[in-house]
Design a binder for this molecule. Structure first.
Ligand code: NAP
Length: 281
């Protein structure tokens, strides 16, 4: 059987690289998206050395031309991309002051930082979905995971980090907009928060290892097809596609990584799952 093909943006390091590794271990052909192709090749070579099928794909997610070029070339080689993980992101908000938010306060937020962050963290995923989801619809299969953050959860919104927060709250909205337009199709799109993870962005004080941070992303990237049986056993027992309660739920089998659901799917049939709080998108 032909293996499924997954494109992971920002796959050369951090959580993205671990998502590539976990998908590769599951037998996916992994395209390691990297804006620096040499770093992408190095990461892909590491996976290949571990027996996985991986190659680098040059991709700056803030570059529309590069997205279009890559989509054309990948579609002609593979027909379609089965899984898209919008993982690449930047964090440009300044460090807080010792005695408070300092330049990280919304009162000090620079429009240029917000725009730049938005271009990578929000418009990148939008343009990637526009480039890859139509072929998924045509092929009646697709899984899209937008790697978001608790910082983008409206019901938990606090001060500080305005550029990052605004980009991720918009990413969550984007997930729901796509989800609504994809209703009834076998293309599932979800937003996932990996938790606070030890990476260059998360820093060394973070609590989670990358393996844990990647786990729920991989879970959402590999959701099985919706079927009547699965749906009836699914989240909230709903029978339709629309799950816009968009709960922030703690799946007990995933060590409490939070994820947000933008589209109907089922949980593993034997696994109970309940929303722990409402999410005001
Ligand atoms: N770590 C955490 O605690 C945490 C918490 C919540 C959410 N997240 C989310 O998890 C995801 C991964 O974060 P991480 O911690 O692994 O971050 P990271 O270690 O900083 O890695 C970010 C990745 O994104 C890539 N990237 C940045 N801008 C790009 C662009 N314009 N085009 C293509 N690639 C680009 C980077 O490439 P280069 O190597 O070229 O810079 C790198 O591969 C992000 O969406 C982040 O917001 C992380």
């Amino acid at each position: 059987m032909k293996s499924k093909v997954a494109l992971v943006t920002g796959g050369n390091r951090g959580i993205g690289f671990e998502v590539c590794r976990q998908l590769g271990a599951l037998g996916y052909t992994v395209l390691v998206g990297a804006r620096d192709i040499d770093l992408g090749k190095k990461a892909a070579a590491e996976l290949t050395a571990q027996g996985m099928t991986a190659e680098a794909a040059e991709l700056d997610v803030s570059d529309q031309e590069q997205i279009d070029k890559l989509a054309t070339s990948l579609h002609s080689r593979f027909g379609q991309i089965d899984v898209l993980v919008n993982n690449a992101a930047i964090f440009l908000d300044p460090m807080p002051a010792a005695d408070g938010l300092g330049d990280r306060s919304v009162f000090k937020a620079k429009a240029s930082n917000i725009v730049k962050t938005f271009a990578t963290n929000t418009l990148g995923p939008l343009q990637l979905c526009q480039a890859f989801v139509p072929a998924m619809i045509k092929n009646n299969y697709g899984r899209v995971v937008n790697v978001s953050s608790g910082d983008g959860q409206l019901s938990d919104m606090n001060g500080g980090r305005p550029a990052y927060r605004l980009s991720k709250v918009s990413l969550n909205a984007l997930t729901r907009i796509f989800a609504d337009e994809l209703k009834g199709k076998n293309v599932l799109i979800n937003s996932v928060c990996p938790g606070w993870v030890k990476t260059r962005m998360g820093g060394t004080a973070a609590k989670r290892e990358v393996s844990k941070g990647a786990e729920t992303i991989v879970w959402a990237a590999t959701l099985p097809n919706l079927s009547r049986t699965n749906i009836s056993k699914g989240f909230l027992g709903r029978l339709s596609h629309c799950l816009f309660c968009t709960g922030s739920i703690s799946p007990p089998w995933k060590d409490s990584a939070r994820f947000r659901i933008g589209f109907a799917h089922m949980v593993p049939p034997s696994t109970p799952s309940k929303p722990t709080k409402n999410f005001v998108g």
